[in-house]
Design a protein around this ligand. Sequence first.
Ligand SMILES: Cc1ncc(COP(=O)(O)O)c(C=O)c1O
Length: 470
Amino acid sequence: MTHHIPQTMGQQHGRRSWAEPWKIKMVEPLRMITREERQAAAEGAGYNTFLLRSDDVYIDLLTDSGTSAMSDRQWAGMMLGDEAYAGSRNFYHLEDAIQTYYGYRHILPTHQGRGAEHLISRVAIKPGQYIPGNMYFTTTRLHQEMAGGIFVDVIIDEAHDPESLHPFKGNIDLGKVEDLINTHGAAAIAYISLAGTVNMAGGQPVSMANVRDLRALCDRHGIKLFLDATRMVENSFFIQEREEGYAGKSIAEILREFCGYTDGAWMSAKKDNLVNIGGWLAVNDWDLFEELRNLIVVFEGLHTYGGAAGRDMEAMAIGIVESVQDDHARSRVGQVRYLGELLVEWGVPIVQPIGGHAIFLDARRFYSHIPQNQFPAQTLAAELYLDSGIRSMERGIASAGRDPHTGDHYYPKLELTRLTIPRRVYTQAHMDVTAEAVKAVYDARETTHGLKMVYEPKYLRFFQARFERL
Ligand SMILES: Cc1ncc(COP(=O)(O)O)c(C=O)c1O
């Protein structure tokens, strides 16, 4: 009798196995409801995964935002909250961590990323000005537009091609920025809005060479360069892995160098910084800081808490230090890559190269028979939930919203369904279950029909829109 010799996960992928650089101290039970119950839940939620109750979800890959597991040290830090209205000691810890690891001079905490986006947009944009950026992000662009700005996508063309293997698909095309300056003049540019990594492009990184060149371009024209630092730690991992001259540098060194080319940053600390809520805004220029510091008391809170509890600022300060550890960054991106490699091996179309925080299923190729105005990516998210209770999210035409001038849908080139991996929450076995569920939905693709939108909110419609099956 022959015996099947089991292979470790690493061996199956032709390499030595890796393991998470943490062990589990506290567990949270998962529940799986029946197919009939999921059908009722999906209908009740208008086939929008944002409207499901989390109790009805088995593996929750909706987002990596605020869904991280905090460490024992962060939880201990929560007990050290100094809930003073003004001058909380936790603020100074947070300020020190941001200055040390991101390198900016002046810091303001905010309740989350969009609070920071709101303030910087109000202060740095004059109505009618352009904001070139490396692909839009939903809340970022909306705040820029609400401040009277006009967002212009200046990411390299490869970013819009889910099959392009460009190693830095988040890069800005400097030629596109120069064209904009030549057409409208430098004074018509509010600032350059650079994100690392680029969420909507599939978690794709920006290279150090690109930010260095951008800095030089900005200096030539007297334009400011602001960074969406939400996933900049993950971006630093890709620079370490792919960019010449950075293999021997630590994530912390790379992060600091990258931020050093920019004039300031906003942050959704709910991602890289490993907390469940929080954000910050940081700039180097004193005059700009003074304006922001004045405005923050109107919209967020006093400048030493900005909408955050002392305990949350402490958890953020500790989370920043943990996030820049090389073994953390490697295992975080490694887990995402593990899931992606399985899907690629099984022929499921995904955005490549595999990004930092999520696998983006290419719904255009997945459901090539469903037209974009029948929401293929939304359909895929719904089908995945029905099959297995796994929650993902749409990043396609529903997320893109409508052009405020024409009223028509924006038709983004990328029509994606995002499987977003929370940090330090799920194990490799959860990734296996997820891969098998995606494969099952893929195998049933030809008999799947699209959706129609039956309720559409005015702002950020993807959060609350409702759909019916066609
Ligand atoms: C790239 C990027 N920028 C900004 C934000 C907004 O941050 P928040 O959700 O904390 O308001 C997010 C999160 O959704 C994001 O992914």
